[in-house]
Design a protein around this ligand. Structure first.
Ligand code: AQP
Length: 357
C-alpha cells in the first residue's frame, strides 16, 4: 500500500510535480493500492482563505489525476472527508507523541523564527506545532491487511516528519502491543527544486511572489516570462559539476532541465556547457511547456467533469473504510467507547453504482 498527501495551500508547482507527483505515479505502476489525499486539514494550520482553500483543493486533486494518477488503481480524496485522521491524531498525540520531539521539528522552528522576526510577533498556530502528529495519523490510518509496510513517497524535505511517524508507531506498539505496521519512507531522488529568484529557498506554493515558481497551470507565455526573469549571472556554464561551485541558481535550472528532459544532471550540464544562460532558459521553457501541455488539457476537462467529483467521493469511501477499521481497533485497544460509527455510505451520501447491471 502507498499513502501520500499534498497540501492545497496554492496551485501545485513543478517542485511538487518532480519531488512528489511524478514519483508517486511511477510507484503506482508497481502497487495496486494507492491512497493520495488532498491535505486540507494541514492547509488550515497556516493563514488561509476559505474560498481559495476549496478551489485549491479541487485543483490539487484534478492536477494529480491530470498528471497521470490512475484512479482505477488508486484513490484520490479530501483528507477532511475522513475525520478519523483527526481522531487518530488526538489519540497518538496523547499516547505516543512527545512535546520534546515536536520541539525539534525544523519546519515548525523555521516558521516560529520567521514569526518572531515579524513586527506583530504573532506566533504560529497550535495546529502547525502538532502538524507532524496529524501526518503520523494520516499514514498510520492505512494498514495493509497482509501486514506489508505502507510506503510513503515524499520529497527529501519531509524525511524528519516521516521519521517522527515511525517513532510514534513504535512507541504506540511498545506501550499497547503490536498495532501499527511500521511505515517505509520512499524519499524522492529528485533534489529539492528551489525558488527561481532565490535558490537558497525552496520553490513553494505559499510563497507570496508567484514569479518564484512555475505552477502546473501556467501557460506558455507565463512560463517563458518566469524563466526569462529567473536569477542568472553573466558567466559561462562550466564543463564540470565541480566548477558549478556555489552557483545555486545555475544548479537549480540545470536540475529542472534534466528532470523534465529525462537526463542526468551531468547530461543536462553537458548540453549547455560553454554556453550562457540564454540557451539554457530557452530550452528549459520549451521542455517544460511541452511536458505540461497535456497535463493542463486534461486538468481543464476534469474540473468540469461531474464524474471526477464522483470519483473523489468513491475514493473517500474506500479510504474511509480502512481508516475507520484502524481507528475502531485503536479505540478498542486503549479502552475508548466502542459505539458503532455512522455507516460510511450515509456519511458520503453515496449511491454506489452497481456495475453488474
Ligand atoms: N520545492 C520542492 N522540491 C521538491 N519537492 C517538493 N515538495 C514540495 N516542495 C518541493 C514535495 O511536494 C510534496 C507535497 O508537498 P506539500 O504540498 O504537502 O507541502 P510542502 O512540502 O510544504 O509544499 P510547498 O509547495 O512548499 O507548500 P507550502 O508553500 O504550503 O509549504 C512533499 O512530498 C514535498 O516534499
Amino acid at each position: 500500500m502507498i499513502v501520500t498527501g499534498i497540501q492545497p495551500t496554492g496551485t501545485p508547482h513543478i517542485g511538487n510535480y518532480l519531488g512528489a507527483i511524478k514519483p508517486l505515479i511511477a510507484l503506482q505502476a508497481e502497487d495496486e493500492d494507492t491512497y493520495a489525499f488532498v491535505a486540507d486539514y494541514h492547509a488550515i494550520t497556516a493563514d488561509f482563505d476559505p474560498k481559495a482553500l476549496r478551489s485549491n483543493s479541487i485543483g490539487v486533486a484534478a492536477l494529480l489525476v491530470a498528471s497521470g494518477f490512475d484512479t482505477s488503481r488508486g484513490r484520490v480524496f479530501f483528507q477532511s472527508d475522513i475525520p478519523e485522521h483527526l481522531e487518530l491524531a488526538h489519540i497518538l498525540g496523547c499516547t505516543a507523541a512527545r512535546v520534546g520531539q515536536l520541539n525539534r521539528m525544523t519546519t515548525f522552528r523555521e516558521k516560529m523564527d520567521a514569526a518572531t522576526e515579524k513586527e506583530s510577533g504573532e506566533t504560529p498556530s497550535l495546529g502547525l506545532y502538532s502538524y507532524p502528529v496529524l501526518q503520523a495519523a494520516d499514514i498510520l490510518a492505512y494498514q495493509d491487511d497482509k501486514g506489508k509496510p505502507t510506503r510513503v513517497p515524499v520529497g527529501s524535505d519531509q524525511s524528519q516528519h516521516l521519521n517522527f511517524a515511525i517513532d510514534v508507531a513504535q512507541s504506540f506498539n511498545h506501550r499497547f502491543g503490536q498495532t501499527f505496521i511500521i511505515p517505509e519512507p520512499v524519499i524522492s531522488c529528485t533534489p529539492r527544486i528551489m525558488s527561481l529568484f532565490d535558490a537558497s529557498k525552496k520553490m513553494s506554493k505559499s510563497d507570496p511572489d508567484d514569479m518564484n515558481r512555475i505552477n502546473l497551470t501556467d501557460d506558455a507565455d507565463r512560463i517563458r516570462k518566469k524563466f526569462r526573469k529567473a536569477t542568472s549571472d553573466s558567466l559561462y556554464i562550466p564543463l564540470t559539476v565541480e566548477e558549478i561551485g556555489d552557483r545555486a541558481e545555475l544548479r537549480n535550472l540545470l536540475t529542472i532541465y534534466g528532470a523534465f528532459a529525462e537526463l542526468t544532471f551531468e547530461e543536462s550540464l553537458d548540453t549547455f556547457a560553454g554556453k550562457g544562460f540564454g540557451p539554457l532558459k530557452a530550452a528549459l521553457t520549451d521542455v517544460v511547456v511541452e511536458k505540461l501541455e497535456p497535463i493542463q488539457t486534461r486538468y481543464r476537462e476534469l474540473i468540469v467533469d461531474p464524474l471526477f467529483g464522483h470519483s473523489l467521493r468513491m475514493g473517500a469511501m474506500a479510504a474511509g473504510i480502512l481508516a475507520a477499521e484502524t481507528t475502531a481497533r485503536v479505540r478498542e485497544t486503549i479502552g475508548l467507547s466502542d459505539s458503532a460509527p455512522a455507516a460510511l455510505e450515509e456519511r458520503f451520501n453515496l449511491v454506489v453504482p452497481n456495475y453488474d447491471k
